[in-house]
Design a protein around this ligand. Structure first.
Ligand code: S3P
Length: 172
């Protein structure tokens, strides 16, 4: 159970393609909470796409915006937040998320992440010669960080969003 955790602030973390946005929207609908997607909030604020931010400001610039946006969103009450896959790279973000909400890791295997993201041009980190290998590397790097940040780990299996929503609801 979640003890003194803020069940009114649910934060979904995990890799690109894990289903954070899909699961988050459905979870928010069921629990009557507002849904916010960190990447979309950044796009709305800046008026440009994620690839454009990476192009102009580099990954470092994007990470600064992401940390700032997470600081804002995690202060809102009654919210479900879908984060970007790299949010856990910053120790500050991990600390911020853990103290302000219930952090839920959607753990989906790399093979499925690859199948889901292979035609996507909107994720700058995957625009490489071998995206399958890139996803595997990112997964190896980040899986320990997701686990460290999470209060709750959902083993996504084939990553069916409906199943993951039910598993989260049962655990809260
Ligand atoms: C990133 C994931 C993306 C987006 C950016 C960087 C990452 O979000 O924030 O392209 O480092 O994994 P999604 O996880 O929603 O794809």
């Amino acid at each position: 159970t979640s003890g003194e955790l803020r069940v009114s602030c649910l934060i979904l973390i995990g890799m690109m393609g894990a289903g954070k946005t899909t699961v988050g929207k459905e979870l928010a609908r069921r629990r009557k909470l507002r849904f916010a997607d960190c990447d979309h909030e950044i796009i709305a604020r800046t008026g440009v796409s994620i690839p454009t931010i990476f192009e102009i400001e580099g990954e470092e610039g994007f990470r600064r915006r992401e940390t700032h946006m997470m600081d804002e969103l995690t202060q809102e009450p009654d919210i479900v937040i879908a984060t970007g896959g790299g949010v856990v790279l910053s120790p500050l973000n991990r600390e911020l998320m853990r103290t302000r909400g219930v952090v839920i890791y959607l753990n989906v295997p790399p093979q499925i992440l690859y199948e889901r993201t292979r035609h996507d041009r909107n994720r700058p980190l995957l625009q490489v010669d071998n995206p399958r290998q890139r996803i595997e590397e990112l997964f190896q790097q980040r899986d320990p960080l997701y686990r460290e940040a999470a209060h709750l780990i959902i083993e996504g299996g084939r990553g069916n969003p409906g199943t993951m929503v039910r598993m989260i609801e049962n655990a809260l």
